[in-house]
Write a protein of this length. Structure first.
Lengths: 599, 379
């Protein structure tokens, strides 16, 4: 299609503000999918996305819209992830668009994360079209929200369509605005091919697929293409679009969005942000902005049953196909055996990956305490970087340590400022600034150590603000800090999977809290088990798991012999799922439950 | 030798902790005794049977919700169909709220010679919490009536670990019962079964059960007290005056054959090759219908292979203080336990749980406290 009739855009919205519903209505209005076939919120295809109401993976849908002037337009709607951990993915998806529809909930107003993405869109020269949603709700305040958009973002919002994505009211108006206001693409259709990979997907039948936005030239089957970041070359086997079902097309030309299937063997060969070009007529420069993303949070992931190590590796490799930001390497633990050290963009990313491993690959996992990346200045003058408490050198060899700090920005109604500041203070936060954005919206800025927010900071924030506060952070710098490694011993044997690096002032409360928790989650065994927290060789907290007194079925008669056998079977199975730490059997979920402590 | 069990599924009211097969009395109760007699008669040529019968046990539910005449008719059918030993133990369970002196006289005259009375606790507050239909006073009346009617072999069922129960409460019950002097006492720790009203109440936090340690303390104190009063422990939860061990229950724990009649009843006997374990339908309607058509109400039959049979012998036999005679194990399986389960045997040995008696495989009291752990070694 000629580029004048193409519109590439994304939708920016906070969780629950109606992004997916609006996308659904657009697909209905353009007859892309019939109402009858509409599975609610089509774009969010993964179960987890649907359950959590968030979009994890970007995807793109092509629709055709006949405007008032009678001309037909090709719309490519590019879906973007909505969470802080996926900023890089969002930025690549934005790069593929010329416009962004900003959806704001008329009952809620603008949220912190939305703001961050709007600025990202503006930085990428996107035309931003505000839309006020949920005007059908009795508590809607479209006027107030309109002013908020103008005051906070500085976008004119007087003419912003006021819609109800749920009922479909005024959604047509949004489509018309997209034609009028989003600029068409302006690449060179005859120039050397340049296509931006903005997402990857692994399909069981087609293999590794790249979602691309073609800027110049075209991509068609039979072509030999090269990844400009890695230098790898592939033969294109198929190109197509999502409607939102797979649909193969003859070619993807300048300005179009779609997927490319090629003889791509390894995930490392194409990455989000990479540029594909034609081997015969290569572009001289790649598209700007490719970046290798660095994981911020690390943890060990182990199979609950050691014999599933191979399955776990296979599952991680498959996930990696879809998620270039996941990193992993082999690791061994005395307590947990063979597993992987995995790196994530953030906490949510970590939770999503472990959940997908368990759900989509049917694995039982043990996850070790998450860690950030520390810099260790050695007495020798050397600097080492560690992401695993187990690799911390002997304290006598360490001059000092540095930990990553983040700039956290929290948006909240004023009522919760007190409890939120207390929370930040408790997590070693340093207050920076507070801004009344409007009378019922406050922005609080804190500098916080990343290692304080990787446990349950977000959950605490939500509970202290009755769910109203939102939270966003970016890495600021590394600061010198008084850090120690906190170890845990079970019946005298150290359990490496529980070791964690904490600030010295936090070691005592944390040690006590974890010992108390361990006392509850470790089942009684035939002998008494001391549970100890230690720094270096020094014990700082102790609890005791008492020995089991009676482990016997009170009653066993003719009628229930089979049942009693099943009970024993279960007991035996339960024992199998336990990990042996020295002499002590520890249930796999014990490792998980102690992570949820912020002592 | 083959034991006979007869299941009467009806109760006046189901207790809060009970997950056995028991239902309210309904119209089917009138047809049930005839169906039982029919099943017993039909079974004679169709089920594996090695006579004679040393024990008949009527359990439930509550057998005594049926008129004494009905129970007697069923017992007579067993007697007519199978060859009972002259001195066979013939027991019926009885809820103290359901039987009168007149009933006891009739039962005794018909040949019932053992009574198992469900008391559970001498504390009316606890009885109420358990949803029992009787008071301690009513139990005393029933107990006296049974003695007067000539029952010289009586068991009293008790429980500990009850909601709000203290060790003092439990010892008080034991003392009251020992003072009465029954021949046999069963003393069970309450098992909280999923799906029961008590389970829901505990989960909802309406009632609290004593913790693990408190229950273990009660149990230990109770065992010491019973010993002092002349009741010897012979199984995990069972105590008897000398020579008064329950013969019927020993059939189960010795993994000897028994035939179960009635809805949801289980049976166990050697078939043509394998050991078999089968169960009757749990639906009263199906039970009655099948027997009307002259069919046995068997729902499911399990074939137990040698290895499994060995495990069952161990699982049941180690419940007894005297354990399993070495020779009996050798005779039944042609090899010793050490040979059949070398690792498990050695682990129990290493834990110091084998009693010092080379003629038997028996556990020390400490080993019996950890019976489940020990049995897991054998799986």
């Amino acid at each position: 299609m000629d580029q004048k009739h193409i519109r590439n855009f994304c939708i920016i919205a906070h969780i629950d503000h109606g992004k997916s519903t609006l996308a659904d209505r657009m697909m209905e209005l353009t007859d892309t999918v019939s109402k009858r076939d509409m599975e609610a919120q089509l774009l969010d295809s993964m179960d987890i996305e649907r359950e959590r109401g968030i979009t994890i993976k970007a995807s793109a849908v092509r629709m055709f819209y006949t405007a008032a002037d009678g001309e037909q337009y090709m719309f490519n709607l590019i879906d973007t992830p909505g969470h802080v951990d996926f900023t890089y993915e969002v930025s690549r998806a934005l790069k593929a668009c010329e416009g962004a529809v900003l959806v704001v909930d008329a009952t809620q107003g603008i949220e912190a994360q939305t703001l961050a993405n709007v600025y990202l869109a503006i930085d990428n020269d996107l035309e931003v079209l505000p839309v006020i949603n949920k005007i059908d709700l009795p508590s809607a305040e479209p006027e107030r929200v309109m002013h908020e958009i103008e005051d906070v973002i500085g976008l004119p919002a007087e003419d912003a369509p006021r819609v109800s994505a749920k009922t479909g009211m005024n959604v047509e108006e949004v489509l018309a605005k997209i034609v009028d206001q989003v600029p068409p693409p302006s690449g060179d259709p005859d120039g050397p091919t340049k296509a931006l990979i903005f997402d990857c997907l692994y399909d069981n039948y087609k293999g590794a697929l790249s979602y691309v936005r073609v800027f110049d030239g075209a991509i068609r089957p039979g072509m030999r293409i090269r990844s400009m970041a890695t230098g790898h070359e592939f033969d294109v086997t198929e190109v197509g679009v999502f409607t939102p079902q797979w649909k193969t097309v003859e070619e993807l030309t300048a300005g179009e969005v779609g997927y490319v299937a090629a003889s791509i063997k390894s995930v490392e060969e194409t990455k989000v942000g990479d540029t594909l070009t034609d081997v015969e007529h290569p572009a001289s420069e790649p598209l700007p902005g490719y970046m290798k993303v660095n994981p911020m949070v690390f943890c060990g992931i182990y199979p609950a049953d050691g014999s599933h190590y191979g399955d776990l590796m296979e599952a991680l490799e498959k996930l990696k196909l879809n998620d270039a930001s996941l990193s992993f390497e082999k690791e061994t633990s005395a307590a947990l055996g063979y597993g992987f050290r995995c790196g994530f963009l953030g906490l949510l990313h970590m939770e999503i990956i472990t959940e997908r491993l368990e759900r989509e690959f049917d694995l039982d996992l043990v996850t070790t305490s998450p860690s950030v990346v520390y810099r260790v200045k050695m007495m020798s003058g050397e600097t080492i970087v560690i992401d695993n408490p187990a690799s911390l050198p002997d304290p006598s060899e360490i001059d000092y340590m540095e930990e990553p700090m983040v700039k956290a920005s929290i948006m909240t109604p004023p009522d919760f400022v007190g409890p939120i500041m207390e929370l930040c203070q408790n997590n070693r936060g340093v207050f920076e600034h507070m801004d009344y954005i409007e009378k019922d919206r406050v922005k609080i800025l804190y500098t916080l150590p990343l290692n304080e927010i990787i446990y349950d900071f977000f959950d605490s924030l939500k509970s202290r603000s009755k769910g109203y506060a939102s939270f966003d952070y970016e890495l600021k710098d590394y600061q010198k800090s008084d850090l120690v490694r906190l170890d845990f011993l079970l019946n005298g044997d150290m359990c490496d999977a529980l070791s964690t690096i904490v600030h010295k002032d936090r070691a005592y409360p944390k040690g006590r809290a974890v010992c108390e928790k361990l006392k509850d989650v470790i089942p009684r065994q035939q002998f008494e088990i001391p549970v100890q927290a230690a720094i270096g060789g020094k014990i700082i907290a102790r609890e005791t798991v008492k020995a089991v007194r009676k482990d016997v079925l009170a009653k066993c008669y003719g009628g229930d012999i089979s049942r009693k056998k099943k009970l024993l079977e279960k007991q035996k199975e339960g024992k199998k799922r336990m990990r042996q730490v020295g002499t002590v059997s520890v249930p796999s979920d014990a490792f998980m439950s102690v992570l949820r402590i912020n002592g | 030798m083959t034991g006979v069990y007869v299941h009467i599924p009806y109760c006046v009211k189901k207790c809060a902790y009970c997950d056995f097969c028991s239902v309210p009395r309904d119209a089917s109760i009138d047809q049930y005794p005839d169906a039982l007699c029919r099943e017993i008669e039909l079974s004679r040529d169709r089920l594996p049977y090695e006579g004679p019968v040393p024990s008949v046990f009527f359990g439930g539910g509550t057998p005594t919700v049926l008129p004494a005449e009905a129970l007697i008719r069923v017992l007579d059918t067993v007697r007519r169909t199978y060859d009972l030993l002259p001195n066979a133990e013939i027991t019926t369970e009885c809820n103290p709220g359901t039987a009168s002196y007149a009933d006891f006289v009739k039962l005794r005259a018909a040949g019932f010679n053992r009574l198992s009375l469900g008391l559970q606790s001498a504390d009316d507050r606890l009885l109420k919490a358990l949803g029992r239909i009787h008071t301690y006073e009513q139990f005393l009346t029933a107990y006296g009536a049974a003695r007067d009617a000539g029952f010289q072999n009586i068991n009293v069922d008790l429980m500990h670990g009850l909601p709000g129960q203290t060790q003092a409460d439990y010892l008080d019950t034991l003392q009251k019962v020992c003072d009465l002097g029954p021949e046999h006492i069963s003393a069970y720790a309450l098992i909280l079964e999923g799906g029961t009203p008590l389970y829901t109440r505990v989960r909802e936090g309406e009632v609290a059960l004593p913790d693990e340690d408190a229950v273990a303390d009660m149990e230990d104190a109770g065992m010491a007290y019973l010993k002092e009063r002349g009741y010897a422990r012979y199984e995990v939860s069972n105590f008897a005056k000398p020579g008064r061990e329950c013969r019927h229950n020993l059939i189960y724990w010795n993994d000897e054959p028994y035939l179960g009649f009635g809805v949801a009843a289980h049976s166990s006997a050697r078939g043509k090759g394998d050991w078999l374990r089968w169960s009757n339908t749990e639906s009263i309607a199906t039970y009655l219908k099948k027997l009307q058509r002259g069919k046995l109400p068997t729902a499911e039959t399990l074939h137990i292979d040698k290895k499994e049979e060995m495990f069952e012998v161990i699982m049941l036999g180690l419940r007894k203080v005297k354990g399993i005679p070495r020779q009996a194990f050798l005779d039944r399986f042609g090899l010793s336990m050490e040979k059949a389960f070398p690792e498990a045997w050695l682990t129990v040995q290493a834990n110091g749980w084998w009693a010092d008696d080379h003629a038997r495989y028996a556990l020390t009291p400490q080993g019996m406290d950890h019976l489940n752990t020990a049995l897991c070694y054998f799986r």
